[in-house]
Design a protein. Structure first.
Ligand SMILES: NC(=O)c1ccc[n+]([C@@H]2O[C@H](COP(=O)([O-])OP(=O)(O)OC[C@H]3O[C@@H](n4cnc5c(N)ncnc54)[C@H](OP(=O)(O)O)[C@@H]3O)[C@@H](O)[C@H]2O)c1
Length: 296
């Protein structure tokens, strides 16, 4: 499709894993884009895309300037800073003030004020803010990455945490990207995605033992999962020198799996892409051990 057929889409987080993939896919579809973020020099060069910024989420004037000319905003959630709601709200308000009329917010599966996974709580807060902001919007809750168990492994390829036999419907970055791209491309003036919360999951809910066993088979590396008690989980991470926030956050990641909070399998990937969701063993790439942010 030619660029004239699409309104301009602003994408944040393009220096990161999801935003970068989304921007690349939109460029392939000929969508004119504004790439918005803190470091324009680290943004990808894409056809039909302008690099805008520096604009941090919390910087209203810089955001207004960076978003000028966009019709749709794809807001990839930022880091858990303690002010994530305020930062996201600043981006949305800046967007509305310069005429953006649709926001696609990339949230997280399991978002809830009582989510076990601490990272999912203020994702819910942004969803609530959007619901009352008076802007056309869709919430796209990204499932947990298929790659994360591999990134959590230690040098011996052991993944350890208090997840027991709980399950998670891990999903690939590529499937998440395809769904978000499909929703962004659907730029009818009104559509059934308005106000919707779409949970983007993988095709099946796996225990961490099953997930790690499949990653081992796919990579030929001896990954294995060892469940830990809470006490073991705290003590081991403390000995490794992790901060309290890191310990609490990552233990909550495993506990959310143990409690089944990430286990729902939805039809969102097949519905939006026309293809089945990718099984974990067919993921396109695997990270090296110990590459999850701040994690052991
Ligand atoms: N689904 C999952 O399993 C999963 C896993 C991890 C995270 N997440 C969530 O999904 C979000 C996106 O994931 P990802 O894998 O793409 O993360 P990522 O690779 O760390 O990328 C995050 C992006 O957000 C940008 N950003 C963060 N805070 C910002 C701020 N205050 N102002 C401007 N830009 C900001 C970063 O810009 P800079 O380059 O300038 O830092 C980067 O481009 C994460 O932030 C997290 O909330 C989901």
């Amino acid at each position: 499709m030619s660029e004239e057929n699409h309104a301009t889409v602003a994408v944040t987080g393009v220096t990161g894993a999801l935003g970068g993939r989304i921007a690349a896919r939109l460029a392939e579809h000929g969508v004119p884009q504004l790439l918005v973020g803190r470091s324009p020099d680290r943004m990808p060069e894409l056809p039909g895309a302008q690099r805008r910024g520096p604009a941090a989420y919390g910087d209203a004037p810089a955001m207004r300037e960076a978003l000028e000319g966009a019709s749709t905003l794809i807001l990839v959630s930022g880091y858990r800073t303690g002010r994530r709601l305020e930062e996201h709200a600043t981006v949305v308000e800046a967007a509305m003030s310069v005429g953006v009329d649709r926001v696609l917010y990339v949230s997280l599966v399991g978002a809830s004020p009582v989510a076990t996974y601490l990272n999912a709580r203020d994702q819910w807060a942004t969803e609530q803010f959007l619901a009352g902001a008076g802007v056309r919007h869709t919430v796209l809750r990204a499932g947990w990455y298929s790659s994360t168990p591999a990134a959590l492994a230690d040098e011996e390829f052991v993944v350890s945490g208090p997840a027991s036999t709980g399950r998670a419907a891990f999903v690939t970055h590529e499937d998440i990207t395809e769904v978000i791209t499909a929703v962004a491309l659907d730029d009818r003036p009104r559509c059934e995605h308005d106000g919707a919360i779409l949970e983007i999951t993988g095709p099946e809910a796996l225990t961490l033992d099953e997930a790690v066993t499949r990653i081992a088979a796919a990579t030929g590396r001896p990954y294995r999962f060892e469940t830990e008690t809470l006490e073991e989980a705290f003590a081991r991470r403390w000995r490794l020198g992790m901060s309290g926030v890191q310990i609490e956050t990552w233990i909550s990641w495993y506990q959310a799996i143990e409690r089944g909070e990430i286990s729902t399998v939805t039809d969102v990937v097949p519905r939006f892409t026309g293809a089945p969701a990718t099984p974990i063993s067919d993921a396109a790439w695997w990270p090296e051990p110990r590459t999850a942010r701040g994690v052991r």
